[in-house]
Design a protein around this ligand. Structure first.
Ligand SMILES: N[C@@H](CCC(=O)N[C@@H](CS)C(=O)NCC(=O)O)C(=O)O
Length: 225
């Protein structure tokens, strides 16, 4: 039984879980995965003993307990320091850490109006002013990182790392709701979508049958936000 254990929610919907899971997967270490059906009585019964915030993701590693996606990324970077997480260069690190924090605490309009729903597909959506502002800011973040720091690879800071983990669920949302972005961002989204860890996660969403009604917008919805 691996020493490392991650607790996550339903993969189709649990955006914070995806961030934490990508981090654990990126360590290259063996890990056990406990998946709880998000937003069900069973979830709340089981999560009590596993996470002090009653939220996923959470990570157990021996005596260590980690809750919250960003803390989990930091913890994984500590136990697998040989992998790429944050860029070395000072200006690049400042940018990477800032955009990760910005994702963690911001983009409330987008997060509220466009739940992660990997199996869902909507097209021709009109965006509210708040959602459009979030989209424009994210598009600018991705373009800037790719242009200034991403020249050695396909990801924000070249290699796949912590900042990409934080933005992976946004890539999925933009695909689900057919949100228009610049060509640079489109190419970045394709790279994230094709990343082997992401492909593994997406594959499993196809076999999940659990529906979270609050994360399903109406099939005929024409506006986000
Ligand atoms: N800030 C937390 C957010 C965690 C979070 O809200 N997780 C959701 C699932 S994606 C959850 O556990 N929802 C159940 C609940 O809030 O009761 C993080 O970064 O991990």
């Amino acid at each position: 039984m691996p020493d490392l254990k991650i607790i996550i929610g339903t993969k189709n919907y649990s955006s914070w879980s995806l961030r934490g899971w990508l981090a654990v997967r990126h360590t290259g270490l063996p890990f056990e995965e406990i998946k709880l059906a998000l937003d069900t009585p069973d979830f709340y019964k089981q999560i009590e003993a596993l996470s002090p915030t009653r939220c996923v993701p959470a990570l157990h590693h021996g005596e260590a307990r980690v809750w919250d996606s960003l803390a989990l990324i930091d913890y994984c970077a500590r136990i697998a320091p040989e992998k790429f997480w944050w860029p070395e260069d000072n200006a690049a690190f400042a940018n990477a850490r800032s955009i990760a924090a910005e994702m963690h605490s911001g983009f409330l309009a987008l997060r509220g109006a466009a739940p992660m729903n990997m199996r869902g597909r909507w097209t021709d959506m009109a965006l509210s002013e708040g959602v459009q502002k979030n989209v424009d800011r994210i598009d600018a973040i991705w373009q800037e990182a790719r242009a200034r720091f991403g020249m050695d690879g396909d990801f924000l800071f070249g290699e796949f790392g912590a900042a990409d983990m934080m933005y992976a669920p946004v890539v999925s949302r933009f695909q689900t709701y057919d949100i228009k972005v610049s060509d640079t961002s489109k190419a970045y989204m394709d790279a994230v979508h094709a990343h082997p860890y992401m492909a593994e996660w997406i594959e499993e969403t196809k076999t999940e049958t659990h529906i979270v009604p609050v994360d399903e917008i109406p099939a005929d919805a024409k506006t986000l936000g």
